[in-house]
Design a binder for this molecule. Structure first.
Ligand code: FAD
Ligand code: NAP
Ligand code: MG
Length: 464
């Protein structure tokens, strides 16, 4: 095929979503149908799964991307996110238990990318600064900055752009009366790097979601004196150990004392960790292309099938929804982007913006009636969403797994947490695609497991 017919495709970000997209496009690139470039502002791939001890700004003056911390274990079973074409067992050469630590996840994610030989498509230390669209030429103009070589700006054109920049980096930092005068340490979960500095401390955590529960339990595991978790909407209501308690919303701080909405107070707070979530930031997109997403939604506005920018369907956003499913959902989204951009399938209503909006609105209406603490409800919604996008893909190539098994796996996971939050990571799960293997248990209970290295973790798995 002559070069002139090649479509030029840009991917922004080499985190899990960008890597899924590169792998999905690899075959078409080999067949010389497309030119493929992925821009990544960090020095390495893997997105958030790369751990760095740094907080604030990196050596190139960029905001530190990752919100990962030491001793982070996955907060859901690995079976529910496993790549269909690349099982954990294939990567590690042995069966892996259901809740691995971050290092295992990182090794697994970049292991698949390495095996797929996609490193060559990535321009590292290159930040995308601006993306615009020319409605006459139907071309995207992408302005990039080389962060290593004197920061020269370059302008490139593309037929398609895929945004895969993540949305768990920019902290959402609410203000509370008296917090600016609090004499102890205040940080957001984005800057939390481990529990060591909180040993013997009285901690106040603000937030009632995954960061609050995980940082709270980790501080407990490593020896914090007391942990008070202040929620806004709903208590998590887990059976916490004695030195963790949940209280309603923080009203004000006075010195080291925290006052809550129910009139109670806690003295001697040493540090406050804001686990108040993250904000989307797509300021590098020109206004008509920019996704605005307040909060953490399962169905963001303007994204047809949760992916395609409506009205300009040549632009896609990957992984922008709140995630019950993660890696395996990114693979399916990437498959649909490939199929649509290369003309392998036609999207329903690709020529009717009104119908697309109706489709988005129907999904949003469904999300709106799910209570914020109804995890099963959100799982049902995202399971149906995946079923919908799978049905739009080329059926011969879309990665498939058993959605009913996945849903049942998530339900079991939520039950395990409710039954005993301290032991839920000791449970095992069955794979959601053939041959449906049951994971072996980890011999060291999670509360006692202080070794989050790959070697330490693998050696603690019982194999028969
Ligand atoms: P990211 O991983 O954030 O990657 C985005 C990439 O885009 C980054 O490499 C970034 O440098 C790059 N980028 C951004 N802007 C630009 C730009 N302008 N130019 C060039 N490059 C750019 N999920 C799970 O499934 N299980 C878990 O246990 C789990 N734990 C988590 C723990 C924490 C603390 C957090 C914050 C998230 C966790 N997640 C977990 C969710 C996690 O976000 C996803 O698993 C996954 O990393 C999302 O991939 P992504 O590619 O969308 O985004
Ligand atoms: P999140 O799920 O968006 O939750 C944000 C929390 O902050 C919510 O409880 C919200 O309360 C609260 N909040 C927001 N604004 C507030 C305000 N003004 N005052 C008080 N409370 C406020 O964010 P997250 O918990 O940081 O999780 C982000 C992602 O990281 C998730 O995908 C999660 O799975 C992942 N994560 C994983 C792990 C792991 O163990 N592997 C650990 C941490 C995080 P409302 O409910 O009232 O809105
Ligand atoms: Mg159009």
């Amino acid at each position: 095929m002559a070069n002139i017919t090649k479509k030029r495709i840009a991917i922004i970000g080499a985190g899990p979503c960008g890597l899924s997209q590169l792998i999905a496009f690899k075959q078409a690139e080999k067949e010389q149908r497309i030119e493929l470039i992925c821009f990544e502002r960090q020095a390495e791939w893997g997105g958030l799964w790369q751990y760095t001890a740094l907080t604030g700004i990196d050596p190139c003056g960029e905001l530190i991307h990752s919100s990962m911390y030491r001793h982070l274990w996955t907060n859901g079973p690995k079976e529910m996110l496993e790549y269909v074409d690349y099982p954990f067992e294939k990567h590690f050469g042995r069966a892996v238990s259901s809740y691995p630590p971050r290092a295992i996840m990182y090794d697994y994610i970049i292991g698949r990318a390495t095996a797929a030989d996609i490193h060559k498509f990535i321009r590292f230390r290159t930040a995308v600064r601006f993306v615009n669209f020319d409605v006459n030429t139907k071309q995207f103009h992408v302005t990039i900055q080389d962060l290593l070589n004197e920061k020269i700006l370059e302008h490139l054109t593309f037929d398609h752009v895929i945004v895969a920049t993540g949305h768990y980096t920019l902290p959402n930092v609410p203000n509370f009366e008296g917090i600016s005068k609090f004499p102890g340490r205040v940080l957001h979960s984005h800057d939390y790097r481990g529990a060591d500095e909180f040993v013997d401390k009285n901690i106040l955590i603000i937030g009632g979601s995954y960061s609050a529960e995980d940082i709270g339990i980790q501080c407990y595991k490593f020896g914090a004196r007391s942990i008070t978790i202040s929620y806004r909407s709903f208590p998590m209501n887990f059976k916490w150990p004695d030195n963790i308690k949940e209280v309603p919303m923080l009203i004000r701080m006075e010195g080291h004392t925290a006052y809550f909405k129910d009139g109670t107070s806690v003295d001697n707070i040493d540090c406050i960790i804001l686990c108040t979530g993250y904000r989307h930031n797509h300021s590098y997109m020109a206004e008509p292309l920019r996704l605005y997403c307040s909060g953490n939604l399962f169905i963001p506005s303007n994204l047809y099938k949760g992916i395609f920018w409506s009205p300009e369907l040549r632009l896609a956003y990957l992984g922008m929804q709140n995630q019950t499913y993660s890696l395996n959902m990114f693979d399916i989204q990437a498959a649909l982007v490939r199929d649509v951009f290369l003309g392998y399938v036609k999207l329903p209503d690709d020529d009717d913006e009104k119908k697309r909006e109706e489709d988005i609105s129907q999904w949003q209406a469904r999300e709106q009636v799910i209570a914020a603490n109804d995890h099963e409800g959100f799982t049902d919604l995202q399971t149906d969403y995946i079923r919908d996008i799978v049905s739009c893909c080329d059926q011969n190539t879309v990665p498939k797994f058993d959605l009913e098994r996945a849903k049942a796996g998530f339900y079991k996971f939520f039950n395990d947490k409710r039954e005993d939050f301290i032991t839920f990571r000791d449970q095992t799960f069955t794979s959601i695609f053939p041959p449906y293997n049951e994971a072996p248990p980890c011999q060291i209970k999670w509360t006692k497991n202080m070794d989050d290295s790959i070697e330490g973790y693998l050696s603690s798995i019982k194999t028969t």
